[in-house]
Design a protein around this ligand. Structure first.
Ligand code: NAP
Ligand code: G4F
Length: 327
């Protein structure tokens, strides 16, 4: 039985990846942070009793800032595959907490890579790189596009990208950079713009709120569906050698168009409900991200299936269902 270790298992991608790996027969180990409230909501439905002799999902406390714990965990689990998804992943927040973002999203990657090297296991490593690394470089962006990060988060991800490549080149590690464009789902964190808008549209439709406050409506993003992207992560680690791949839909949607899709899904006129709040502007913005995922299609047979308009509908319907269930 293959064994995988996932950092960031409690996040959006971690939860879908856990479902995928369990369905493929893996034993899955996940690192969770100690917190005073439960932070395992996204994987609650996958929980397995530690007393069950057939348990295939095991959770361990740990943190990206604690190198010795990463070493003991790698030694204990000895995974065949490691998916490094944990990060302070919010771009706007990274401007408020640049040092913390650098420490976790950036140096946290080095701590993990170094833990693997110190323990000396032969494993396959996935690095959650990001289209934010392209920043100000105009679209379309591919594996060959130069990086120009526009946030502390983007800069930290560029550092992590190069550390993963360096461990591949310097130490012969099977290390992969998945350069993923924005991917969303009903499990997306509530403060990312797609979920914030889908949630607001549903709540306004049900009379619970009247307005949603947003920042820049002109930004262009390439929004895909998260469960499809974790399949791409897995395929990257099944390839013959470590390499770097973009995953994206190749489509361009503005935040304004996303608003229109979501409010359209509940038959509301968006302009009566959207208000501007400069709090949500960033000191430096990434104007346009549109990915070219042709390498992943050619070498991994991966292609995005769900397009942004369908995705918006999926997310609004999930919000409506949750509100109905809470009644
Ligand atoms: P997410 O929902 O924000 O999840 C982040 C995960 O990292 C959570 O499990 C979080 O734990 C964990 N984490 C944060 N700081 C940690 C620390 N110091 N030690 C240990 N764990 C920590 O992110 P996501 O959307 O699933 O994205 C997964 C990865 O892909 C991230 O690295 C992100 O930067 C990257 N990425 C995402 C996208 C996207 O569009 N979603 C695109 C490109 C790249 P808690 O639950 O305890 O907070
Ligand atoms: O949803 P966002 O916060 O995502 P962003 O900044 O594109 O970052 C996400 O995708 C990256 C991949 O490219 C990941 F690496 C990263 O971890 C994260 O998952 O913002 C999208 C756009 C931005 O241009 C922002 O300025 O929406 C604009 N926006 C407008 N009003 C807003 C808002 N963003 C947020 N979060 N909240 C608003 O009210």
């Amino acid at each position: 039985m293959k064994r995988a270790l996932i950092t960031g298992i409690t996040g959006q991608d971690g939860s879908y990846l856990t479902e995928l790996l369990l369905s493929k027969g893996y034993e899955v180990h996940g690192i969770i942070r100690r917190s005073s409230t439960f932070n395992t909501g996204r994987i609650e439905h996958l929980y397995q009793d530690p007393h069950d002799p057939d348990q295939r999902l095991v959770l361990h406390y740990g943190d990206l800032t604690d190198s010795s714990r990463l070493v003991t965990l790698i030694e204990k689990v000895r995974p065949d595959e490691i998916y490094h998804l944990a990060a302070q992943s919010h771009v706007r927040v990274s401007f408020d907490e640049p040092e913390y973002t650098g420490n976790t999203t950036g140096v946290g990657t080095t701590r993990l890579l170094e833990a693997i090297r110190m323990v000396g296991i032969d494993t396959r490593y996935y690095q959650a790189s990001s289209s934010e690394m392209f920043g100000a470089t105009p679209p379309p962006q591919s594996e060959e596009t130069p990086f120009y990060p526009r946030s502390p988060y983007g800069a930290a991800k560029v550092y992590g990208y190069w550390m993963a490549r360096n461990y591949r080149e310097a130490h012969g590690m099977f290390a992969v950079n998945g350069i993923l464009f924005n991917h969303e789902s009903p499990r997306r964190g509530e403060t990312f713009v797609t979920r914030k808008i889908a949630r607001a549209a549903a709540r306004i439709a049900q009379g619970k709120e009247q307005f949603v406050y947003l920042g820049n409506l002109d930004a262009v993003r390439d929004w895909g569906y998260a469960p499809e992207y974790v399949e791409g992560m897995w395929r990257m680690l099944q390839a013959e050698q470590g390499d770097d791949y973009v995953l994206a839909t190749g489509t361009a949607t503005t935040v304004r168009e996303w608003v229109q899709y979501c409010f359209g899904a509940v038959n509301l006129d968006w302009e009566s409900h959207v208000r501007f709040d400069e709090t949500y502007l960033r000191p430096t913005e990434v104007d346009a991200l549109i990915g070219d995922a042709s390498k992943a299609e050619k070498l991994l047979g991966w292609k995005a299936q769900t397009m942004p308009d369908q995705l918006a509908r999926i997310m609004v319907e999930a919000e409506m269902k949750d509100l109905d269930a809470a009644r």
